[in-house]
Design a protein around this ligand. Structure first.
Ligand SMILES: NC(=O)c1ccc[n+]([C@@H]2O[C@H](COP(=O)([O-])OP(=O)(O)OC[C@H]3O[C@@H](n4cnc5c(N)ncnc54)[C@H](OP(=O)(O)O)[C@@H]3O)[C@@H](O)[C@H]2O)c1
Length: 328
């Protein structure tokens, strides 16, 4: 597995890093499905160990993934995987902890302490603010960032990160947070990372970048032949594109083109849609969700950037005007 330098952290992490949201299993926040159905704890643990064996050395989790269960699974493998071999990241923010507003300092502290217990470690490498809902005027940000800095000084995290589904929101707060790493949403159908100015900002300041949901939760593999519904507790219930027969058919057509174009790669579609994200991201890695050993072994074949010409061609397939209309 190729490694990249994660910006100013100076850490060498795998170009394809491991997202462990699904290891939390099915879960709900109020009425909303926020987890992944059908996950088996033994498969999760086996996937972690195989990832380590194959050099996938950066693992991403959060306090809310299965209400701490994803973290617990990670904490369970240190008997086999040396803790120091892994660049370990977790997040805080989506569970208010009973407070009426986001990011109460007491919530942050108690959740981070719980994450460390779940993860069976004294320190994580990276601690993110999971979203950018800091109040209408950003009024909750100063306390939130002060709390993270205190935790950093106490040695509970080495680095600070900032995340959100919207790169524009990260841009609004990045100056005040001054994160070492950002975690934006990016896939071949959505490049607000670039259009928002976040890409240029990170390059200028040597900020590490971890792209999340590179496969749009599996949709971009091209493996779906018809619309699919997911059980209660599965986040993909909320993603309308899984119901869109026209889009799914177009993704199949594109997949056939990619298979013809990259015949020598064992996983041509994944190579195209994942590795395209690395082409123009000098301090960037991809957080790919890998649910089992087979998906880890596939992930291990990825991580070589496409050339600029190949990347442009791959992007053009997905930027076709019909497709962007459908996916909006
Ligand atoms: N900061 C944030 O707000 C945020 C938000 C979302 C995600 N994330 C992070 O980013 C990570 C990845 O994002 P994601 O989980 O949304 O999804 P993703 O990486 O876009 O897609 C992962 C899913 O695709 C399917 N898949 C993976 N490899 C495959 C293969 N070789 N063949 C066929 N299917 C394959 C699997 O689901 P099936 O097997 O069920 O099809 C897998 O769970 C998360 O785990 C999390 O760490 C962060």
């Amino acid at each position: 597995m190729r490694t990249i330098r994660l910006g100013r952290t100076d850490a060498r992490v795998s170009a394809i890093s491991l997202g462990t949201w699904s290891y939390g299993g099915a879960s709900k926040a109020g009425e909303q499905s926020v987890g992944w159905s059908g996950q088996d704890d033994r498969e999760s643990a086996a996937a972690l160990i195989r990832a380590w064996e194959l050099g996938i050395n950066h693992w991403d989790t959060a306090d809310v993934y299965g209400n701490g269960h994803s973290e617990e699974i990670i904490g369970s493998v240190w008997g086999t995987v040396p803790r120091e071999d892994i660049f370990l990241a977790t997040k805080v923010g989506w569970d208010r902890g009973g407070y009426p507003r986001w990011y109460h300092p007491d919530m942050i502290r108690s959740h981070v302490e719980r994450s460390l217990r779940n993860l069976r470690t004294d320190q994580v490498d990276l601690l993110y603010l999971h979203h950018c809902n800091f109040g209408d005027q950003g009024e909750w940000l100063p306390e939130a960032i002060a709390t993270l800095r205190e935790l950093q000084q106490e040695g509970k995290t080495r680095f600070i990160g900032l995340s959100d589904w919207y790169s524009e929101k990260i841009m609004r707060y990045i100056g005040e947070v001054d994160p070492d790493v950002v975690q934006p949403y990016r896939n071949v159908m959505d490049d607000t990372f670039q259009s928002s100015g976040l890409k240029a900002y990170c390059e200028t300041r040597d900020i590490g970048v971890c792209f999340f949901s590179p496969l749009k939760h599996g949709l971009l593999t091209g493996k779906y032949r018809k619309p699919v519904t997911f059980p209660e507790g599965d986040y993909r219930q909320n993603v309308p594109e899984f119901q869109d027969a026209t889009l799914i058919q177009r993704l199949q057509e594109i997949s056939r083109k990619l298979e013809q174009h990259f015949p020598d790669h064992p996983h041509p579609v994944l190579h195209a849609v994942v590795d395209v994200l690395l082409t123009d991201a000098t301090t960037g890695c991809v957080l790919l969700g890998q649910r089992n050993v087979s998906q880890v072994e596939t992930a291990a074949t990825l991580g070589q950037s496409l050339s600029a010409e190949e990347a442009e061609w791959v992007r053009s397939l997905y930027q076709n005007s019909d497709l962007s209309e459908i996916s909006r």
